[in-house]
Write a protein that binds this ligand. Structure first.
Ligand code: TRP
Length: 347
């Protein structure tokens, strides 16, 4: 059997560089390697509504924002079906049937959902739609028979739950669905990129993000406000590299030719780190270098994004076409699922 790759994002805000290194970059790489039969990337607007049901405009507006981010990063609609979740109603129908295969206590044990419930102050009364979104996510994955799901490590519990539901389905109704595997980024720091404040994961709600749509000036301001080593006060002072956000980002963004291009007096990141540890290397210098290295990556993305943003109707047309194709595949799978469940009265 060939590979079917699928992943998606909740459109609740424009994407940031944490999304980029944690997943987007990997998707574009997978797309270009071409080692797959089908590839789907989608805007999980229905899932976004599970905790934003009172703010539909936010979700709607961000469908376009995230689609722009996708295309700007290099996802190619000729190779990848980009679609909108809510426009594929088969996913909702599958979710309803999968609900039978999961218990409330199992849903309570999902560590990502647990954390999200706390974050949103849902402890007292959890909306049922939000609580059960891992089941809907299983529908998203299985409707396309995806076996490879590129995600960040916060999504591992969803994949585990999806695999359990698939196994249960197949054991009761016969072999129908495919067990998916997560595909994590290789770089440890990229799996859960820390925010510019160094306190935790980069996240919109914490205001510690660099967005793909940020202007050059905004990026610069953010890089120069980054958390480094609070005890590294004078240039001569020895500095700490661990927990220093500038070095964490350099670990993620630095390329082989970055030094030659922007900091030729050093040969490698290790050399730069050693100097910082010894003392005599100032924060301004490493920040300027990081800004150059990040801009190397962001400038072309920003340019493409600005261009695409001028014609939203073209972006919607891409989404419409991708959604039609996705719908066809989901329809086929739903048919098989219903047949397996003996819900095929008129066949
Ligand atoms: N939960 C993902 C997020 O928070 C979005 C998502 C929905 C998803 N369905 C998916 C990811 C299926 C991978 C596969 O962004």
């Amino acid at each position: 059997m060939g590979n079917i790759i699928l992943t998606g994002d909740r459109p609740t805000g424009p994407l940031h560089i944490g999304h980029y290194v944690g997943s987007l970059k990997n998707r574009v790489k997978l797309q270009n390697e071409g080692n797959y039969d089908e590839m789907y990337v989608f805007l999980a607007d229905a899932q976004a509504l599970t905790d934003n049901f009172d703010n539909p405009k936010k979700v709607k507006d961000n469908v376009l924002e995230v689609a722009l981010d996708y295309l700007a990063c290099g996802l190619d609609p000729e190779k990848v079906n980009i679609f909108i979740q809510s426009e594929v109603p088969e996913l909702t129908e599958l979710t309803f049937y999968y609900m039978n295969l999961v218990t409330i206590s199992r849903l309570h044990r999902n560590p990502t959902v647990k954390e999200e419930i706390k974050l949103r102050g849902f402890e007292e009364s959890i909306p049922a739609g939000f609580f059960t979104y891992p089941v809907s996510q299983t529908a998203d994955i299985t409707a396309f028979k995806a076996n490879i799901v590129p995600v960040g490590d916060d999504q591992l519990p969803m994949l585990e739950q999806a695999r359990e539901i698939v196994r249960k389905f197949n054991s009761i109704y016969g072999d129908t669905l495919v067990e998916p595997d997560a595909l994590l980024p290789e770089n440890e720091n990229a799996r859960r990129l820390v925010g510019i404040d160094g306190s935790s994961k980069m996240s919109k709600s914490l205001g510690n993000c660099i967005y793909l749509k940020d202007s050059e000036e905004e990026v610069k301001k953010k890089v120069f406000s980054m958390y480094t080593d609070p005890n590294h006060i004078r240039v001569e002072d020895p500095g700490k590299v661990e927990g220093n956000v500038v070095f964490t980002y350099l670990d993620v963004f630095c390329k082989k030719d970055s030094f030659k291009k922007y900091l030729p007096e050093y040969k490698s990141l290790d050399e730069l780190k050693d100097h910082y540890r010894r003392g005599g290397l100032g924060d301004m210098k490493i920040k300027r270098f990081l800004n150059d290295v990040i801009e190397d990556e962001l400038t072309p993305i920003r340019k493409r994004r600005e261009e695409l943003a001028k014609s939203p109707e073209k972006v919607y047309e891409i989404l419409r076409k991708g959604t039609i194709k996705a719908g066809q595949k989901a329809k086929e799978t739903l048919k098989e699922v219903k047949r397996a469940m003996m819900l095929n009265y008129f066949e």
